[in-house]
Design a protein around this ligand. Structure first.
Ligand code: IPM
Ligand code: MG
Length: 354
């Protein structure tokens, strides 16, 4: 199991260190885990003048899976766009062909009160957002800022989805639904956008191969509302890159903290990049207060999807559950009556539970 480890920026190195403790514990149990470190984002810019250095690209391509912390920091905010940390993230996704981004939003019973919604709305919540990750307005050309004939300046981007891009991610969505609650809700803006009209047509066509899955379609504005009105109506949500970006942040708050949400970004062979859904949180970097659980749970997803070790995935998830049951909380999920711990102590506790 050759894993490229890219700590990145901000709290990235701290949370990655906890996930590495978990992987080291698995290795001492006999798992052939091999770790090799690389730079991405601001760390890549600092080390090699590029947010996605060639060495990182090579390491990532040679590895079976990539574990990423987070990228971004104030000191990079004024760099020209190609040098900004986020470009490193977009390029590694595109460069490795990671088109299927799985963002599960699950409410742990121990954290039901940490949600910003009423406990009865979120208790037992378990939804999977499947976001297309390498197309859409994120990558469409042309884009830029131009001056029109009348002298006015204009910013512009291009949204498009080709049939093959929609088909392949739709298949991932239907297959995921088959393994879960057998419901797939495809989210688009087909009442306004041609790209979405086409998306809907292709998803409906792919659905014919999955008669066991109940398909519905929803406009993205309504989906944003339904997620906070009655989130348990959803099983798998399939959507494009930009809508998925927005809806997955929204869904994270249902679970109590974005600090709990792992993600997997997969190519067509289930090779993947695993990262917490949250960002680099530069304001709390280096203070040992970040929540490492999303990163540790990302290792669980890696075991599940890339290495097909459901048993190991569940072992890690159970260790996280136990740690929460034991009352340990980082600041983002703290409530009265629990024990507040730092990032490193949380990592140690998960290893102990493991
Ligand atoms: C995410 C992030 C990224 C995105 C940013 C950092 C480029 O918000 O992973 O959701 O928009 O995809
Ligand atoms: Mg986002």
């Amino acid at each position: 199991m050759k894993i490229a480890v890219l700590p990145g920026d901000g709290i990235g190195p701290e949370i990655i260190a906890q996930a590495v403790k978990v992987m080291n514990a698995l290795r001492s149990d006999g798992f052939p885990i091999e770790l090799e470190y690389g730079h991405l984002g601001g760390a890549g810019y600092d080390a090699a003048g590029d947010p996605f250095p060639a060495a990182t690209e090579q390491l990532s391509k040679e590895s079976d899976a990539v574990l990423l912390g987070a990228v971004g920091g104030y000191q990079y905010d004024n760099l020209p766009r190609p040098m900004r940390p986020e470009q490193g993230l977009l390029r590694i996704r595109k460069g490795l062909g990671l088109f299927a981004n799985l963002r599960p939003a699950m409410v742990y019973p121990e954290l039901v009160n940490a949600s910003s919604l009423k406990p009865e709305l979120v208790a037992g919540l378990n939804i999977m957002i499947l976001r297309e990750l390498t197309g859409d307005i994120y990558f469409g050309q042309p884009r830029g800022i131009r001056t029109l004939e009348n002298g006015e300046r204009q910013g512009f981007d291009t949204m498009h989805y080709s049939e093959s891009e929609i088909r392949r991610v739709a298949h991932v969505g239907f297959k995921a639904a088959l393994k879960r609650g057998k419901k797939l809700c495809s989210v688009d803006k087909a009442n306004v956008l041609d790209t979405s009209m086409f998306w809907r047509e292709i998803v409906s066509d792919v659905a014919k191969e999955y008669p066991q899955v109940e398909l519905s379609h929803m406009y993205v504005d309504n989906a944003a509302m339904q997620l906070v009105r009655a989130p348990k109506q959803f099983d798998v949500i399939l959507t494009g890159n930009i809508f998925g970006d927005i809806l997955s942040d929204e869904a994270s708050m249902l679970t109590g903290s974005i600090g709990m949400l792992p993600s997997a970004s997969l190519d067509s062979n289930n090779k993947g990049l695993y990262e917490p859904c949250h960002g680099s949180a530069p304001d709390i970097a280096g203070k040992d207060i970040a929540n490492p659980l999303a990163t540790i749970l990302s290792v669980a997803m890696m075991m599940r999807y890339t290495f097909e070790r459901e048993d190991v995935a569940q072992r890690i998830e159970t260790a996280v559950r136990k740690t929460l049951q034991n009352g340990l909380r980082t600041g983002d999920i703290y409530e009265a009556g629990t024990q507040k711990v730092g990032c490193a102590a949380m990592g140690d506790a998960v290893v102990a539970s493991l």
